[in-house]
Write a protein that binds this ligand. Sequence first.
Ligand SMILES: Cc1cc2nc3c(=O)[nH]c(=O)nc-3n(C[C@H](O)[C@H](O)[C@H](O)COP(=O)(O)OP(=O)(O)OC[C@H]3O[C@@H](n4cnc5c(N)ncnc54)[C@H](O)[C@@H]3O)c2cc1C
Ligand code: FES
Length: 352
Amino acid sequence: VNDIDLEQVRSRHGFHKVRVARVQAETHDAATFVLALEPDQRSLFSYQPGQFCTVRVRIGDEEHLRCYSMSSSPATDRDMALTVKRVPGGRVSNWLIDQVREGDLLELSPPAGSFCPRGGDRPIVAFCGGSGITPVMSIIRAELHSGRRPVRLLYANRDRSSVIFAGALKQLAAEHPDRFELRFHHDEDSGLVKGAEIREFLAGQTDIDAYVCGPAAFMDLVETALIETGVDPHRIEVERFDRPIAGHADPGSIPSRGKAPETVTIIFEGTTHLIPYQVGDSLLATARRGGLAAPFSCEAGNCATCMARVVRGSAEMRVNDALTDDEVAAGWVLTCQAVPVTAELTVEYERL
Ligand SMILES: Cc1cc2nc3c(=O)[nH]c(=O)nc-3n(C[C@H](O)[C@H](O)[C@H](O)COP(=O)(O)OP(=O)(O)OC[C@H]3O[C@@H](n4cnc5c(N)ncnc54)[C@H](O)[C@@H]3O)c2cc1C
Ligand code: FES
């Protein structure tokens, strides 16, 4: 890969300083960061409803990468906005809400992700919990503005004070009474959402495009109820916000078709490391096992923050929703998704 290619890769997947135009409190524990893109950043940051950006922050001596979805919609909002909800004990969400103010610069990588509306005329039925409303708000705004499909949303929260965009959602429902059905679920009234409530909300309608985003247990429950009711699993889009905690869980073993190497060579921050390879481990898991603080965020093949370049041998990815064909041809892989398929493998991380 020559220098020009690396600059292209950095531009597409690296981090760019973006100014915060406004911080809007949404609830006691959530805030929206409205961003002021420079004119020369606008095309790089053009996005589809439902996509996210990765934020890179330095807190003390540590650098953190986290994904945050756009709550704005390209069709209805001049400015791009991210909405962040506090996570108890969470490092980045709390830091963003407590520290970032109007005029500050955030480091963001360009939009990514495939939790986006597909074409067609099936009704859109969305199920969200808590901060899971963020990408769905973007999708709903876009569809009600430019599309013709009916949209329905079941939005679950612990209590009334935690409902993000309550006013905006009610306003959309008032503006589109024939097309937008809105239902709030508050645990404080009736406990956690149950499968029966999901089935009842579906009302037997199975030929839909479903969008699901929320806490892991909520998403599992919704997915199961939708499939049991007869919704085609291929028409259910899910966006997982939770990710494994580094060192506590790995993304699961990836079957390899090739010959597994005994060691993988990883060049990280200019130093070469020979790390024993365990069959089924991703390259990211291997780097971690070798004690390297390799970058990652979504661990789902969406964000590209974990990308590195194979300089010897080859590796295959389980999922790639982030790299272009020319990047893959140039040897780039998503290390969270890649396993070696040659007896020797050397992979090099570049600072993006
Ligand atoms: C594609 C995608 C889109 C997303 N969009 C949004 C969005 O629009 N809005 C939004 O608010 N969030 C979104 N998220 C989630 C977001 O990226 C962060 O994961 C979230 O803000 C929590 O980050 P944090 O740094 O605050 O928490 P972390 O510090 O990562 O902690 C998360 C949780 O793990 C616990 N924990 C951390 N380390 C350990 C440990 N070593 N042992 C035990 N427990 C531990 C913490 O106590 C906490 O409960 C999205 C995630 C993805 C993948
Ligand atoms: S961590 Fe997001 S693609 Fe690998």
